[in-house]
Ligand binder design. Structure first.
Ligand code: PGA
Length: 219
């Protein structure tokens, strides 16, 4: 099965960059998680890359929650994948309880949740979260992103990545596991060839179209 390639633009990108990606060929299987304002700028009926989001509200539906964007609103704009619990959000104060509520909102709207965990995944995945992700494993991927690898260029060895993925699968059932942290075209084929890794979550390199195409080619 082809492995999942998902980009995370974080708080980057503008209309010009979006336009380049919208016009690119051969990106149909790649997910690009855009800032919400750029999700709204994707042309109506667009069918190139898959549209991802980087977060959603703990609130569901519509209503009086100034500044919030619900899973329903993302779904309506064609979003298929939502990153949740990224370490940059958790370190800014997002709690496990909030992440679990968001996870429920995403899955209830038939989207795929990309639930980020770092090397402390056992403490981030409390019993309630584990029950939920094992029940809805078709709609949830775990993204293993060691803190030391995010944005640093320092990537664990293939054996280290593979061992963590095996431990996660042994502990939480046959959940799909992505690796994230400093993935680029020069290391992606090695990482994507790890048997128990089901894809990659890419930050910085996902802003470079040619780089992302090369990574996708290796998947
Ligand atoms: P990076 O970011 O690829 O720039 O290291 C990964 C991430 O934070 O998801």
């Amino acid at each position: 099965m082809k492995k999942l390639i998902i980009g995370n633009w974080k708080m980057n990108g503008n209309i010009d960059l979006l336009e380049n990606f919208v016009n690119a060929e051969g990106m149909d299987d790649v997910v690009i998680s855009l800032p919400n304002i750029l999700i709204g700028a994707v042309p109506h009926g667009f069918s190139g890359f898959k549209i991802g989001a980087q977060d959603c509200s703990v609130y569901s539906g519509y209503g009086a929650h100034t500044g919030e964007v619900s899973a329903e609103m993302l779904k309506e704009l064609g979003v298929s994948h939502v990153i949740l619990g990224h370490s940059e959000r958790r370190s800014a104060g997002e709690s496990k309880e909030q992440v679990l509520q968001k996870l429920k909102n995403v899955v209830n709207n038939n989207m795929i949740a990309i639930l980020c965990v770092d090397e402390n995944y056992e403490s981030l995945l409390d019993n309630e979260t584990v029950d939920f992700i094992t029940k809805y494993s078709d709609n949830v991927f775990l993204a293993y992103e060691p803190l030391s690898a995010i944005g640093t260029g320092v990537v664990p060895t293939v054996d280290e990545i593979s061992d963590v993925a095996s431990n996660i699968k042994a502990k939480y059932g046959d959940i799909r596991v992505l690796y994230g942290g400093s993935v680029k075209s020069s290391n992606s084929s090695e990482i994507l060839s790890i048997q128990n890794i089901d894809g990659v979550l890419i930050g910085g390199s996902s802003l470079k179209l040619e780089e992302l195409k090369k990574i996708n080619y290796n998947a």
